[in-house]
Design a protein around this ligand. Structure first.
Ligand code: ADP
Length: 360
């Protein structure tokens, strides 16, 4: 999913892969969605058919890709990964669909960015496992029907509102992922800390969770930066260079090759995250730029999305699907028909005195 606030390199992406839970039981939080998915998968298994098509929506980093992998893993089917931006023509989709093996799980990330012509092809494919391939142009054009192997489509989108209704209606199950509660993020951090071989006591875990914008991907990323900080600045007596260990648990590691990084204190967490511009409640630089623009530049709003995007030099889509949902969720921004408005909480966070009647 698009997450332009961070460009992660290959190593980081590999680590992200290692931190992914591979079963529903290991997947933290999203209790309701997990139960619904479990039922869907169990029923399909009993009837020995591919599970129904699944649409997952929600902001980046909440586990959509992870759930798609879990669907494939738990139903013991191969997984093919693609994305909306990679499907620019109906032909791209035809090539993809016709190469699926029977029962394969097809994951299309950012499905709302697929070409229109491909969307229409997908309707028929999802419903009847069949597509019509157009050959020729103009009066001589004909369509050749092509049968497909049955498959399960898992679509992910940060903007389910942008999907045309006929496409949305063809998913047998639609789930919206919500931001995670702090105690759920603490569980994500605890699990990942064990994989990364860093000891994170409860107070430090709370601190990381509080600053993770309700998002597991961010919690994992902050944890990695905290681990780096501990490796460089931490108390050497708590780390184990070559397996000596200090007797407090020890990292389970990936394949036993991860060295214990040591123990993260709350102070380590605070210092590491300050270095990376994450503030006390987890807002990053772009979050603060947006808030700052609404509060100072536009005196609390209302300000339209496109104006706001130009002011902070970022794509409107990023503001709308990444930045805004969280600021709205924590009550810092409100949406009105005339634009975005800042709340008193936003003023307080930026330490700007609220001026009178413009905000409620
Ligand atoms: P999305 O596809 O929604 O952008 P991902 O599925 O790629 O998000 O998740 C991002 C990272 O967060 C992954 O490394 C994954 O391990 C972790 N993650 C997401 N959701 C959970 C969860 N519920 N439990 C544990 N880890 C999670």
């Amino acid at each position: 999913t698009v997450d332009p606030a961070v460009a992660e390199d290959d190593v980081e992406l590999a680590v992200e892969g290692a931190l992914r839970p591979s079963s529903l039981a290991e997947f933290v939080g999203q209790h309701k969605v997990r139960g619904q998915l479990q039922l869907l998968l169990d029923a399909a298994r009993i009837q020995q058919r591919p599970p129904d098509h699944i649409l997952l929506s929600g902001p980046p980093g909440l586990g959509k890709t992870t759930l798609a992998m879990i669907v494939a893993h738990e139903s013991e089917r191969p997984l093919r990964m693609s994305s909306g931006p990679a499907i620019q023509h109906a032909g791209d989709l035809a090539a993809l669909l016709s190469s699926l093996v029977p029962g394969e799980v097809l994951f299309i990330d950012e499905i709302h960015r697929m070409a229109r012509s491909a969307e229409e092809m997908l309707y028929l494919a999802m419903e009847d496992f069949r597509i019509d391939i157009m050959v020729g142009k103009g009066a001589g054009a004909t369509s050749i029907p092509l049968d497909l192997a049955p498959f399960t489509l898992v679509g992910a989108t940060t903007r389910s509102g942008l999907l045309p209704n006929p496409l949305r209606d063809r998913f047998g199950f639609t789930a919206h992922l919500e931001y995670y509660e702090p105690e759920e993020l603490e569980r994500v951090v605890a699990r990942s800390a064990a994989v990364l071989g860093v000891e994170v006591p409860p107070a430090a875990r709370e601190e990381i969770s509080r600053r993770s914008r309700g998002t597991p991907r961010i919690a994992n990323r902050l944890l990695r930066r905290v681990r780096d900080y501990v490796i460089v600045h931490g108390d050497p007596s708590t780390s184990s260079g070559t397996g000596g260990g200090s007797g407090t648990g020890g990292g389970s590691g990936t394949g036993g090759r991860t060295l214990r990084a040591g123990t993260a204190t709350e102070a380590d967490v605070a210092a590491a995250l300050e270095l990376y511009d994450v503030d006390a409640i987890g807002l990053d630089r772009l979050d603060r730029a947006v808030l700052d623009a609404v509060v100072r530049r536009f005196r609390g709003g209302p300000v339209g999305l496109s104006t706001l995007a130009v002011t902070v030099g970022e794509e409107a889509e990023t503001i709308e699907s990444v930045v805004e949902p969280y600021l709205v969720r924590i009550g810092f921004l409100g949406r009105t028909p005339r634009g975005r408005v800042a709340t008193p909480e936003a003023y307080a966070h930026l330490r700007v005195p609220a001026h009178g009647a413009t905000v409620r």
